[in-house]
Design a protein around this ligand. Structure first.
Ligand code: S6P
Ligand code: ZN
Length: 188
């Protein structure tokens, strides 16, 4: 392949040329703390939660994948709109999230069960080390937009997070961003 540019709109997250995937509440229902609230949203139009737009890069060792992610503002019950969350299928691969717009949180968990939460804000560049799962949430009132760079062969393992969840939830309580223990957390 030859060197090439993509063009990223910092204010909308559009990346061109790119391949877009859409995730609605029905796609993240199993990851939500309040599945009943998720079901109600699904019955009422199944709103769009986030989009990711991937640059066309071969998924092979030596290449760098990159994409934007746009998480819309909203909540399922009291839990902020979130991504599915994943380990990389090739677990020893790191990633960087560079925040372009909006406010959010990045929750990560190591394979030993250490959990860390970082704030995301315009110009924050969060480093996700190898072997740490990652999920993002929009805690603000505007879209949360960030640019991701990762080894192109990393892939996704969604099933571990779908089954276990994270030790903590990020919710709105009394109008504040609040971190609480996840009562549905499962230890495998
Ligand atoms: C890929 C990277 C991002 C996410 C995207 C959506 O390794 O971490 O491109 O895929 O932010 O999140 P998720 O958890 O639905 O893949
Ligand atoms: Zn990733």
């Amino acid at each position: 392949m030859k060197p090439y540019n993509v063009v990223i709109d910092f204010y909308t997250g559009d990346l061109r040329p790119g391949k877009k995937i859409l995730r609605r509440v029905s796609d993240i229902k199993k990851m939500c703390y309040d599945e009943k609230a998720a079901e109600e949203l699904i019955q009422n139009g199944d709103p769009l939660v986030y989009e990711a737009i991937y640059a066309d890069v071969p998924e092979e060792e030596g290449q760098l994948g990159h994409c934007t992610t746009i998480i819309y503002p909203g909540k399922v019950g009291k839990e902020y709109f979130l991504t599915k969350g994943h380990y990389h299928a090739k677990t020893g691969t790191a990633e960087i999230y560079f925040c372009l717009c909006g406010q959010g949180r990045l929750i990560m968990e190591s394979m030993d069960g250490d959990c860390e939460i970082l704030e995301m804000f315009p110009s924050s560049a969060s480093y996700i080390p190898p072997f740490w799962s990652h999920r993002t949430m929009n805690t603000g009132t505007e879209p949360l937009i960030f640019y991701c760079i990762f080894p192109a062969e990393a892939g996704h393992d969604y099933s571990t997070i779908e089954e276990k969840g994270y030790p903590k939830l990020i919710v709105e309580e009394n109008g504040e961003v609040t971190i609480i223990d996840n009562p549905k957390r499962r230890n495998r």
